[in-house]
Write a protein that binds this ligand. Structure first.
Ligand code: DAH
Length: 350
């Protein structure tokens, strides 16, 4: 190392610092906005590329005896620039406040949207709360299902029209989007030996038209109760109890029906709350709205899941909470529940 290269003298360094300060102070005084002040702060005091910070690197090159004087001068210059920046920032802010238009106290306030739970969520939670009291727990299953769980294990014959491309959404992998929550019956029974009492909320998909009472994706709640000695009396008593709790005094009725996975099968209707039973668009002039399908679980389903169908029996149901919400909140068109119109949701949440 030679002694001559780039070794500033104390006088040179003091000179450079004084020069930077002389240049910085008027520039700061002239700055008119916070952005300009920030630029100046970075230019002079910036940690890596600041001009003044650059000088500090040279301090160590001075003879030891000169360093205290140079260090003190550096600290003073830095403090002076920083103080001037703060002063000017305060002044700029004060000028801006003074220039702002006076507060107009007559201006209307901004509306604050109050979030609310979606009516379908409210229904699911209430249904779950009623069944929880009866010893049901929540079970879940996948939305992308195999044909076996969605149809075969549920006793659908291979030529059942539901398997048709017109009704079921198949994935490229050969899997399908479950058309109902019933496959979770089989998955649950495979995983847990009876007695089993579960409630399964979840999405289901069908190639359906989107009209006043159908949507291509919809929520279902499946219920399943399997034990020794369970009969249709248990089904009817439990679902009637549920309807009384949920709908209050609304009348209900059971109609015989058919599902491949239940025998016997039924549908439960609730008196239409929109028209009070007189007949309207939503209840298709019948005065009743179908709330759920149900039935005694078919022995073939129990066997698919590996359950001893001689020893165990049980019942199941599948409910459409959107349909229930439609009744509960007097919504004539089910599409309102899927439009995410915050005005509708806010009105319903009240
Ligand atoms: N999976 C049927 C559907 O989507 C609904 C259903 C009916 C479920 C009867 C059940 C049942 O568990 O017992 O239309």
């Amino acid at each position: 190392m030679t002694d001559t290269v780039n070794r500033p003298s104390l006088a040179e360094l003091l000179d450079r610092m004084a020069g930077l300060e002389r240049e910085a102070l008027p520039a700061i005084a002239a700055a008119a906005d916070p952005e300009e002040l920030e630029r100046l702060r970075i230019r002079y005091l910036g940690r890596t590329a600041g001009l003044l910070s650059g000088v500090s690197g040279s301090l160590g090159l001075l003879p030891a005896g000169d360093r205290p004087a140079a260090g003190a001068a550096f600290a003073r210059a830095t403090a002076a620039i920083r103080a001037r920046l703060d002063e000017r920032a305060a002044a700029v802010a004060a000028t801006r406040r003074a220039a702002a238009p006076p507060l107009d106290l007559t201006m209307p306030g901004r509306a604050v949207w109050q979030g609310g739970r979606h009516p379908v969520t409210v229904v699911i939670d209430e249904v779950a709360a009623i069944f929880r009291e009866l010893g049901f727990t929540i079970a879940l299953g996948p939305e992308a299902e195999s044909e076996w769980y969605n149809f075969t294990a549920l006793n659908f014959p291979p030529d059942h029209p539901a398997l048709d491309l017109h009704d079921t959404l198949y994935l490229e992998s050969g899997a399908l989007l479950r058309t109902h929550t019933s496959p979770v019956q089989v998955r649950t029974l495979q995983a847990y030996p009876p007695p089993v009492r579960v409630l399964v909320p979840g999405n289901a998909y069908r190639r359906d038209f989107f009209d006043a009472s159908h949507a291509p994706m919809f929520v279902q709640i499946e219920g399943l109760a399997i034990d020794e000695g369970v009969s249709f009396v248990d089904l009817k008593a439990t679902l009637t109890h549920f309807a009384r709790r949920f709908f209050g005094a609304a009348r209900t009725r059971f109609r015989p029906s058919f599902f491949p996975f239940t025998e016997p099968s039924a549908e439960m209707d609730v008196e239409c709350r929109i028209c009070g039973g007189a007949g309207c668009r939503t209840c298709k002039l019948t005065g009743w709205t179908e709330i759920l399908g149900c039935g005694m679980v078919h022995p073939a389903v129990l066997r698919s899941a590996g359950v001893d169908a001689e020893r165990y029996t049980g019942w199941a149901f599948g409910m459409g909470p959107a349909r229930v919400a439609q009744q509960r909140y007097d919504i004539p068109d089910i599409r309102e529940l899927y439009d995410s119109d915050v005005r509708v949701l806010a009105a319903l949440a009240r």
